[in-house]
Each structure stands twice: as C-alpha cells, then as structure tokens.
Ligand binder design. Structure first.
Ligand SMILES: *[C@@H]1O[C@H](CO)[C@@H](O)[C@H](O)[C@H]1NC(C)=O
Ligand SMILES: *[C@@H]1O[C@H](CO)[C@@H](O)[C@H](O)[C@H]1NC(C)=O
Length: 189
C-alpha cells in the first residue's frame, strides 16, 4: 500500500511537470489494433460491454473537443472495467488526439459513484464499492443501454472483471472512491 501511494504520487508529480511530450500522440497502429478488439478483455467479452463502449464514444464525441468528461458517464466508467481502463483511454484518444486522459475531470461522485454504492455515499467518509454494487452497476448500465448482452454469470464478472479491479487497487475486497478513480486514470490491466 505504501508503494502504491508512492507510485501514484510519483505519477502525479510527473504528470504535473510542464512537459509537452507527456501527452504522447496516440500511435495509429495502437488505434487500429484497438478498433479490432473493441470489448475484448483477456479473451472475455459480453455484448453489454460493447454497448457501453459505443455509448461512451458517442457521448465523448458529442462533447466536442474541449470538454471531455469520460468519468462523468456511467457507460465510460463501466466500459473501463470491462475493456480495461488503459484500452478505453487510448481508444478515446484515438477519437480525439487533443484529448489528454490525465487532465480529465475526476470520477463524478454525485452522478456516477454515489449511484453505484447507494445512500452510504453520503455518510461521513462515504463507502467503498462492493462486488454486489459492481454487479448491479454492470447489469443496470447494460439494461439502461437497451442491450440484452449481460455477462454470462456473476461469477464471470467476479473472476474476469472485478478481480482485475481489486487486484490493481489492492484495497481488499472493496474499492473506495480514490482507489477506483486511480484505476480509471492509471491502470492498464
Ligand atoms: C476534434 O479534434 C479532431 C482531431 O483530434 C478533429 O479532427 C475534429 O475536427 C475536432 N472536432 C471539433 C468539433 O473541433
Ligand atoms: C487476482 O489475485 C488473486 C489472488 O492472488 C488471483 O487468484 C486472481 O487470479 C487474480 N485475478 C486476476 C484477474 O489476475
């Protein structure tokens, strides 16, 4: 955990430096490879994930170039867990090369995080995301998008999706807001 904090602080420091090269242009080959693998995550996929990515991209494009806020969208946040946050960040950069993922607004607490965890979001100190919260979020988002492409089972979600989130955040069986936000910004799982 100490390593994790030091590591993310280091990233923040590096990103804070006025280095114009920090926002690398996305490699066109990366974009081609991603376009062929939309929604495929360690040999897993489900239709709802593709629907999330499609909706995320169309919201992203509709925002124009100046105001991108992927982590204010349920679709983008859900997609980051079912395709990998690194793939999704890169793919969004492929749509708009001026987008700098490290400068995106942090995860929207009111409109995205609180609906995931429920009323305890507003208790002092908030509360972390449980596996059951995650399952509900993925099913709700799939349904909201009018997709019938649900994951094959909740155990699939646990073993092939949630497992990457909790192993990366190293916060135990549940994931607090800050750790989940870090997952969205920095993980490549
Ligand atoms: C957004 O940026 C891309 C290049 O990254 C450009 O092709 C596109 O025209 C821009 N869109 C708007 C609405 O400015
Ligand atoms: C997460 O860590 C557990 C315990 O080490 C391991 O069994 C599991 O396979 C890991 N999951 C992934 C997706 O790497």
């Amino acid at each position: 955990m100490r390593f994790f904090i030091a590591f993310t602080s280091l990233i923040s420091i590096v990103l804070a430096l006025p280095n114009p090269a920090a926002r690398a242009e996305i490699d066109p080959n990366t974009c081609t490879a991603l376009a062929k693998n939309v929604g495929n995550y360690h040999y897993q996929n489900f239709g709802g994930c593709n629907a999330m990515i499609r909706d995320c991209v169309s919201t992203f494009k509709a925002e124009g170039n100046a105001t991108h806020n992927p982590w204010g969208s349920n679709s983008c946040v859900a997609a980051a867990t079912c395709w990998g946050a690194g793939s999704l960040r890169d793919y969004l950069q492929c749509q708009d090369s001026t987008f700098d993922p490290s400068s995106a607004p942090t995860l929207d607490y009111t409109n995205v995080y609180a609906p995931i965890v429920g009323d305890c979001a507003w208790q002092e100190g908030g509360c972390p995301i449980t596996f059951q919260n995650y399952v509900d979020f993925i099913y709700r988002t799939t349904s909201d998008l009018g997709s019938s492409g649900y994951p094959s089972s909740t155990e699939t979600l646990r073993n092939y999706y949630w497992s990457y989130v909790i192993n990366w955040t190293t916060s135990g069986e549940t994931v607090p807001y800050t750790n989940f936000n870090d997952f969205l910004f920095y993980s490549r799982t």
